[in-house]
Design a protein around this ligand. Structure first.
Ligand code: DC
Length: 208
């Protein structure tokens, strides 16, 4: 079974998806981490972020791998922390918008999805990557609440700056943020992680 969890930055996707996967005993795939790792690689190798075909070649040559403990690796290097830097937050939409890049990512994500029961999080999972997913959820939340949540992951960055960054990212990510028409929309503004996970677990039970 595939559970697709999509939504903009800061809606709780990663925490919800990884917690749900653990609870269900499903594998967990963070597709945003794949775009982030490619952005990190392009910076390391000096590849022009406006060159879609060159970025696609880079993605092919250096596939990202995920450790069982959630670590993200490229070329045997642990990039788990590096890909969460603010600079990567700002640059990743530039990389993710190239159709050549999305095609490589989509194919890899599909290949990983067919290996068993999985919870997959991203922006276009229920609509483009795995439109046949049995459960599809689209998470949304108020932007100020999303910025408040981010302050925990980005200590030292002001909440106002984070809110402005989130608005800018929403705009840049809009093109690739595609809710599936049959996704269940969940507003997480006033919900705890546990409440969101419970709600999605109910949808999983109902679809079995
Ligand atoms: O969810 P995140 O913040 O880690 O995502 C990082 C970036 O990757 C974000 O700019 C949107 C993009 N992304 C995408 O275009 N498609 C996906 N399936 C996942 C992420």
């Amino acid at each position: 079974m595939i559970v697709a969890i999509d939504g903009p930055a800061g809606t709780g996707k990663s925490t919800v998806a990884s917690t749900l996967a653990r609870r269900l005993g499903f594998s967990y795939l963070d597709t945003g981490a794949m775009y982030r790792a490619l952005t990190w690689l392009a910076r390391r190798d000096g590849v022009d972020l406006s060159d879609g075909p060159a970025l696609a070649v880079l993605a092919h040559a250096h596939p990202v791998s995920f450790g069982a403990d959630g670590h993200v690796e490229v070329d045997d290097e642990d990039v788990t922390a590096a890909i969460r830097e603010t600079e990567i937050d700002r640059l990743v939409p530039v990389v993710a918008r190239h159709p050549e890049v999305r095609e490589v990512m989509r194919d890899r994500q599909r290949a990983l999805a067919v290996t068993g029961d999985s919870v997959i999080e991203g922006r276009d999972i229920g609509s483009v990557v795995t439109p046949g997913a049995e459960v599809k959820v689209f998470l949304v939340a108020d932007v100020d609440e999303r910025a408040r949540r981010r302050t925990n992951d980005r200590p030292g960055v002001e909440a106002d700056t984070l809110a402005a960054d989130l608005r800018a990212r929403d705009e840049r990510d809009a093109e690739n943020t595609k809710p599936a028409p049959d996704a269940v929309r969940l507003d997480t503004t006033d919900l705890s992680i546990e409440q969101v996970v419970d709600r999605i677990a109910e949808l999983v039970e109902a679809s079995r």
